[in-house]
Design a protein around this ligand. Structure first.
Ligand code: SF4
Length: 359
């Protein structure tokens, strides 16, 4: 059993080290460079968190690691569980070494175990429909904190996660360095080994970072939260639009080479009377091509007793169907995400890491 970490920060935390950094550490301390890969295989493939039991590395290195590294998982301090006829969802409140907390949601449906990861403690993007934005921004998460959500949840459930979505707390592209560092380990088949096509990085549209990702070659799936068909509405819902307006975002997306297997997903939270009219669907049809994008419609999730979202309502199912049909008739692939985990406030836009002191 791994130990849980609530101790003083005195050592290196193993999960924060990239393969290159661990190689440098090994060489600097007189050990072989390849020992780094052996250590990381033990940690991420075998899920062994006790250095003294890593039998194929030298005893001296095992002692060095035990003396200098901490391999304790973050602590799960609360869970909420929801089940229905198709599967189950579990929301985790996870506490890191400095006391910072985030929520992660595991969604188990049809042989697929998806984990919705957080990438920041809080968020500074200020989206009006999102509970996380009401928290403000505390700090970026480290790559180890991002990865360790997977390990902590797997340790709780006993099964392996098959799919990852960066749709928890935070804007992943606002912390791209640590997100990409974590992805190198998550997608490496020698380590956690989740295939890139099963990993989605979601963004509110930070164009300055998105344009640097080389979308034609990017191996992970990209989802862009659009949520409006005009600048006035989008700027009201998503302040990021004032800096990167809708036409520049659409221009970047439309500039990507069409790819049947790796279309960009346009996430669109439907809010009654704000962005759910047929005229909005018509504008989207003009703005994008079915060759480049597919749509994921998300009827608004409101946390039970939400004050933050008091001015917004979820549309009727018939309005959602009309919106979907309009886009589908224009040739777009359209899915409607009636978010799982709604009763535990684990749906999209509902995460807000309440501080709970007992498990
Ligand atoms: S929707 Fe995403 S980017 Fe916007 S405030 Fe919420 S967590 Fe941040």
């Amino acid at each position: 059993m791994p130990q849980y970490c609530n101790t003083m920060i005195t050592e290196y935390w193993i999960f924060d080290k990239s393969q290159k950094e661990l190689e440098e550490y090994c060489v600097k301390n007189g050990f072989k460079k390849y020992a780094a890969e052996q250590i990381m295989r033990w940690i991420y493939s075998s899920r062994l968190f006790d250095f003294s039991k890593m039998t194929d590395i030298p005893k001296l290195l095992r002692k060095n690691l035990t003396d200098n590294f901490n391999a304790a998982l973050p602590e799960i301090i609360d869970t909420q569980y929801e089940t229905d006829t198709c599967g189950s969802s579990k929301k985790y409140l996870i506490r890191f070494r400095d006391g910072g907390t985030v929520e992660s949601v595991s969604i188990n449906y049809k042989n697929r175990k998806t984990l919705c990861l957080s990438s920041q403690i809080g968020c500074r993007m200020g989206c009006a429909y999102c509970e996380t934005s009401g928290l403000g921004f505390t700090r970026n998460m480290t790559s180890g904190e991002i990865i360790s959500q997977i390990l902590a949840v797997e340790n709780d459930t006993g099964g392996r996660i098959t799919n990852i979505v960066f749709m928890g707390m935070g804007e992943p592209l606002d912390n791209i360095k640590e997100v990409e560092k974590s992805l190198d380990i998550i997608s490496n088949d020698k380590f956690i080994g989740i295939a890139p096509r099963k990993i989605t990085v979601s963004t509110c549209g930070l164009l300055n970072v998105l344009s640097g990702l080389n979308l034609n070659e990017y191996k992970y799936k990209i989802a862009v939260s659009l949520n409006a068909s005009d600048n006035v509405t989008r700027s009201m819902l998503m302040p990021v639009n004032k800096k990167f307006p809708i036409e520049s975002l659409a221009g970047l997306i439309n500039g990507k080479k069409p790819s049947i297997h790796n279309k960009i997903t346009i996430e669109y939270v439907l809010i009654k009377g704000i962005n759910d009219g047929i005229e909005n669907a018509k504008k989207l049809i003009k703005m994008f091509s079915p060759a480049n994008v597919k749509f994921n419609l998300i009827p608004l999730n409101k946390e039970q007793n939400s004050i933050h979202l008091k001015n917004f309502e979820r549309p009727e199912d018939a309005e959602v169907d009309n919106f979907k049909l309009k886009l589908a008739k224009a040739g777009f692939t359209v899915t409607v995400r009636f978010s799982k985990a709604l009763s535990i406030n684990g749906g999209c836009g509902q995460l807000k890491a309440k501080t709970i002191n007992s498990r």
